[in-house]
Design a binder for this molecule. Sequence first.
Ligand SMILES: C[S@@+](CC[C@H](N)C(=O)[O-])C[C@H]1O[C@@H](n2cnc3c(N)ncnc32)[C@H](O)[C@@H]1O
Length: 305
Amino acid sequence: MSAATDRKTIASILALVSERFSRAGLSYGHGTDNPDDEALWLLCAELNLQPEVLENNLQTAISPEKESRILELCELRISTRKPLAYLIKEAWFAGLKFYVDERVIIPRSHISDCILDEFQPWIGTGDIHNILDLCTGSGCIAIASALALPGVKVDAVDISTDALAVADVNIKNYQLQDRVQAINSDLFTELAPRQYDLILTNPPYVGDKEYAALPREYHHEPKLALFSHREGLEIPIKILSESGKYLTPTGCLIMEVGASADLLQELMPQIPFLWLATETGETSIFLLTATQLAESQQVFAGLLH
Ligand SMILES: C[S@@+](CC[C@H](N)C(=O)[O-])C[C@H]1O[C@@H](n2cnc3c(N)ncnc32)[C@H](O)[C@@H]1O
């Protein structure tokens, strides 16, 4: 029997990894939502193949070296509960690949839907010249927006210098140094007074009880990226209260608040949040215009103290 015939096929390794993931009772949510897709992602990354190509080559043999690396990563995923994205150092957002490591949260914001729709019908494409991506992390929202809207300039702000180092890697990978600028700032504090056509933000919005209950996978992500005081709403409220000053008169704010959406609405029933349904039907992202923000200043100010 030749050595080549002893080799396992892509199909057999894929089935093995998927079965091990399934038996281990992993938690998903960092790029996939089931063991089959997680196994597919691992093999695609390690074999450097697109999913369609891999699925058309299921009977191809895998080298022993590749097989042992894939099984090693499979075991690491199970024993450490680290999200796969950290093990293979890649994540996908708005159809684009990003470098990630433990210095940043793994991209998964539903703001990707708005970006892919080029913010239609909320704001005319020709009306967007400058965007602020507040709480940029890996830079995924800033970079995907810059690529969706050629010519647009984006300021990508984060308080974490670790996160900004990762954002810089991604900005360079997409050769966007001329249009996307990483800025170290605690929300708006270090920003020059200026006005943007659009503020996009996926800030930390997870409260303490929700944070403590998160599966182990999420505890590998920086707590700074997830946790916010006041049941998750401290940072979103600060952003609400300051955004108006940084928007053009026709500009708007788009913010993701995840499961804190209900609490936010309860806390300020008078604010006309426009909830943008995502492809999965979730209402975790809202839009407010500069005018609405200006008219709501007193409400936000009252909640800050
Ligand atoms: C939920 S993550 C979002 C990252 C990225 N935009 C994404 O969607 O994947 C929130 C980010 O906000 C940053 N952050 C936390 N507090 C901040 C603050 N006060 N000012 C600026 N950035 C902050 C964290 O470092 C983290 O990178």
